[in-house]
Structure formats: C-alpha cells, structure tokens
Design a protein around this ligand. Structure first.
Ligand SMILES: NC(=O)c1ccc[n+]([C@@H]2O[C@H](COP(=O)([O-])OP(=O)(O)OC[C@H]3O[C@@H](n4cnc5c(N)ncnc54)[C@H](O)[C@@H]3O)[C@@H](O)[C@H]2O)c1
Length: 449
C-alpha cells in the first residue's frame, strides 16, 4: 500500500527475494507510469530491480485487489506532519478503513513511520469492527533515499513488533534470506525504535553543526574534529558531517512528531526542541557567509547548486535549498538554482528563482555559488570555465564537499562550514588572474578581480 520510496523499494526487493507482490497506490498516474515501465522516483538501482522482477510484480489502484489476493499487506503510505507538528495518519487510517469485513488470515504490516501508540489504536479499532482475526505487526523501515535498495537488502536490523508472536513470525519469514539481526518487540516499542533512531541521528547532526559553528569562532577545523571524534567506538564516524542542516521527508517530521508526542503527554522534550532550532538556524548560516564577502545581498546574483535534500534523490521535501532560496529572495538577491534531477520537483516551491538545467548557465555572471547538495557532478566544479563565468569567484560550500586548498589554488574564494576562514583578500591569488567577468565596483568588502 503506497508506491513511494518505501513502498516501491519494499515491493521491488521482496520480489527480488522471490515473493509475489501487488503494489497499490491511490494515484492513478503513478500506477500508470509503473505499468508503462517507468519509475516515478529517482532512486539508484531501483529500476533495475523492478525490471528484473516484473513477472512477480503487479500494479493496481484497487485496494480490493490487494486484500483479495494477499496474505500480508505492508502499509507504506506517507505520514507527513500536520500544522500542529504531529504525524498526519489520515492515509494510514484510509488503508485500515478499506479493509473488507471478511478477510481471514490477513496481517497488516505497518512500515510507515507512525507515532508510538498507533498500533494499539489500530488494534482496538480492528477489534471493535469485528476484525480480531486480522493481524497487526509493526515493521518500521530504516532505508535512506539514495541507497534505499542496498539498505533494504543489507539492513542493520529488522524490527518486528507484534501483539501475537506468530504474526511476527509470518513477517520474519519474508526476510529470512537477509542476513540481519531480527529484533522482536511489542508493537509500541517497535514504533519507538524508529522515532528514537531518527531523533538520535538528527541530534548527532545538530550536535556536529554546533561544534562546527564553535570551530569557526576558535579557528579549528570541524572535519578534523569529526575524524578524531569518530574513531572513538563509543561515538562512531557516521552522521558527523557538518553542513547546512538536515532535511528530507523523514528527519524533520519525525523529530517534530516525537517532540509533539512527548508534549501531548505533558513531557517537554527539551533536547529535541534544541535539535530542531539548531537545524533551522543552520540552514540560514549561509546568508551570513555570503554577507561577509559581498556585503548587502541586494541585487547580487547567487546560484544554489543542488535542490534535492541529499544527493541521488529527486526528493525536495524539507530541503535546506528551499529555505535558503526564500531567505536570499527576502534579502533581495537574484537567485538561480541548478540540480541534476530535482528541478521539476522543486519548481512549485521556488517562485521567483531562475531554475537552470545547465550548471555553467546557472553560475554565469553570479556573485557566489552555494553548494547545497553534494552531487558528484560538483566534484569538478571549481574549473577554469566556471572561474571565467562567475562575476566574483566565491564558493560557499554548505556540505564541506570540496577540498578548500584545491579550490583556492584554482582561483576561487572558499567558505566552508566549521573550517578556518580566511579574509577574502588573503584568499585571492597573489597574481591577478585575467579578468573576464563584468566588473562590480560596489563589490565590498570582496575585491573584484
Ligand atoms: N522516504 C524515506 O526515506 C523513508 C525511510 C523510512 C521510513 N519512511 C516512512 O515510510 C512512509 C512512506 O514514506 P515515503 O517516503 O515512501 O512516502 P511517499 O510520499 O514517497 O509515498 C507514499 C505513497 O503512498 C500513496 N498513498 C497515499 N494514500 C494511500 C492509500 N490509502 N493507499 C495506497 N497508497 C496511498 C501516495 O500516493 C504515495 O505515492 C512514511 O511514513 C515515511 O516516514 C520513509
């Protein structure tokens, strides 16, 4: 149920493991695309897995067809945030409401991320409707977009929370070819494992981002600091990359929902309140870095490189790029944006931004280029062509993606996150490079080349 990132990857991978799968979505256009052999999302490797398992996959808009023909129904629908910050469970309840009265032996398996307590409520509702024979298992998903297929096939763990052990066993059977530890719990604990995991990862990101901000004050390099910290096995190297904040369809909403859930029970989750605030401020830090070099941003042209919330996906939900674009427009800057796959997804959110398919076009005549998403296409970005095309050669690297020394040697001014910063004058090459752009005499404090 649901042909988004989780639903499609789950379907493709279960089919690859030898199971027959029916994929149902309420969006007819999405099902039509899948039936025509097109994958509606950008997820590396997914098309290949779907393609080689077409004989085990069916696509439909009919819930009756799913409930008629299946023994296990995985709920993979979206659970976006409400205005109050809670998880919106309307799509989940829609699936539950569609259950026919007489379906024996069916187990509903909740893969969507739902607040702890949801399974108990669904169970009570099923029982009240006379559907005690319908099983319920919580099986939260931990895949990450961009590496979703590999994450599904090689998970760190499979979590199964059930009211009845044998229902959990039935779900465990589906995964038996995967060499992963299976964690068996009650339903509410399984739901909490998912929320707590995402909240912890978000906390790690906000923590290293604050360390980065202090590094800038004291002249330390957060990349070296993170490397040194990560070698400590109690800390580990993952999620210690400083940048301009987390985004995406999961962390922001899950952290907010956990905070909200705690608040609804009367508990103030102080730490998560800070994690969220730090993340919001972090997305805006780039503006200060641009101002440091360019002064007022009014009528400056700034290129945002990368719109997706992370590389290898076209997902722009809660992407830092969207916040940054709005902030820059509010500063009266001219904003351009480039992304290799997410332009159309971002377009509805970026009125007033010039969207460019071509990277060189995006930076031509700009006063600064901001790396927002670390797409591999940007590895060779600091090239002589780009240097010649930009009005002023300022790169703000929001993901600490490029090698600062190499970028500076190539003739650019470089600003990263949490790294020792040099005044613009000191960063420019001692011998002026041949000037090819339009002079901007008001360029203060940054010197025109
Ligand atoms: N995207 C991720 O990286 C990720 C990772 C782990 C967990 N999750 C969780 O998994 C869930 C799904 O996330 P997603 O990113 O795949 O969402 P998504 O928005 O990409 O896909 C959800 C799909 O469900 C469909 N849908 C809505 N109502 C439906 C219904 N009644 N029946 C069938 N289909 C219906 C929508 O049309 C949409 O195609 C969310 O709870 C999310 O938090 C997501």
């Amino acid at each position: 149920m649901g042909a988004g990132w989780v639903g499609l990857v789950t379907a493709a991978c279960f089919a690859d493991l030898g199971h027959d799968v029916i994929v149902r979505d309420v969006e007819a256009s999405r099902i039509a695309e899948l039936e025509a052999g097109r994958v509606p999302i950008h997820e590396p490797g997914l098309a290949k897995v779907l393609d080689r398992n077409l004989n085990r996959l069916r696509f439909t808009t009919s819930s009756a067809e799913v409930f008629d023909r299946t023994a296990l129904a995985f709920v993979c629908v979206g659970t976006p945030p409400t205005y109050a910050g809670d998880a919106d469970l309307s799509a989940v309840w829609h699936v539950v409401d569609e259950l026919p009265d007489s379906k024996d032996g069916l187990v509903l398996v909740m893969k969507s991320t739902v607040p702890p307590g949801t399974g108990e409520r669904v169970r009570a509702w099923l029982d009240a409707r006379g559907l005690s024979h319908v099983g319920y298992v919580s099986n939260p998903e931990f895949l990450a977009e961009g590496t979703a297929v590999a994450d599904f096939m090689r998970p760190d763990r499979i979590v199964l929370g059930s009211f009845r052990r044998e229902q959990g066993d039935r779900v465990a059977t589906l995964y038996k070819k995967l060499a992963a530890p299976v964690v068996r719990t009650d339903v509410t604990s399984a739901e909490m494992i998912k929320y707590a995991s995402n909240a912890f990862l978000a906390t790690k990101i906000s923590f290293i981002n604050e360390i980065a901000n202090v590094c800038e004050e004291v002249g330390a390099d957060v990349k070296l600091v993170a490397d040194g910290m990560g070698l400590d096995q109690r800390i580990g190297p993952h999620f210690l990359r400083a940048g301009i904040g987390y985004g995406g369809s999961c962390f922001p909403k899950d952290v907010a929902a956990l905070k909200q859930l705690a608040g609804n029970t009367g508990y103030h989750f102080q730490l998560l309140t800070s994690v969220i605030e730090v993340n919001e401020l972090q997305k805006r830090r780039v503006v200060g870095k641009l101002r440091k070099h360019l002064g007022s941003l009014r009528d400056r042209t700034v290129a945002l490189l990368g719109l997706a919330f992370k590389p290898d996906t076209n997902d722009v939900r809660e992407a830092s790029s969207l916040v940054l674009a709005q902030r820059l427009l509010a500063e009266e800057a001219q904003v351009r944006a480039w992304d290799p796959v997410a332009i159309e997804d971002a377009r509805p959110h970026l009125a007033g931004v010039q969207l460019c398919e071509d990277l060189l076009e995006a930076v031509t005549g700009t006063d600064a280029a901001v790396i927002v998403t670390e797409w591999s296409e940007l590895e060779a970005f600091p090239s002589p062509e780009v240097l010649a095309a930009m009005n002023t050669p300022l790169i703000v690297d929001g993901r600490n993606f490029l090698d600062p020394e190499a970028v500076r040697r190539a003739g650019f001014v470089y600003e990263g996150i949490g790294q020792p910063s040099l005044p613009a004058e000191e960063q420019l090459p001692p011998l002026p490079v041949e000037f090819r752009g339009t002079p901007t005499p008001s360029l203060a404090p940054m010197r025109a080349r």
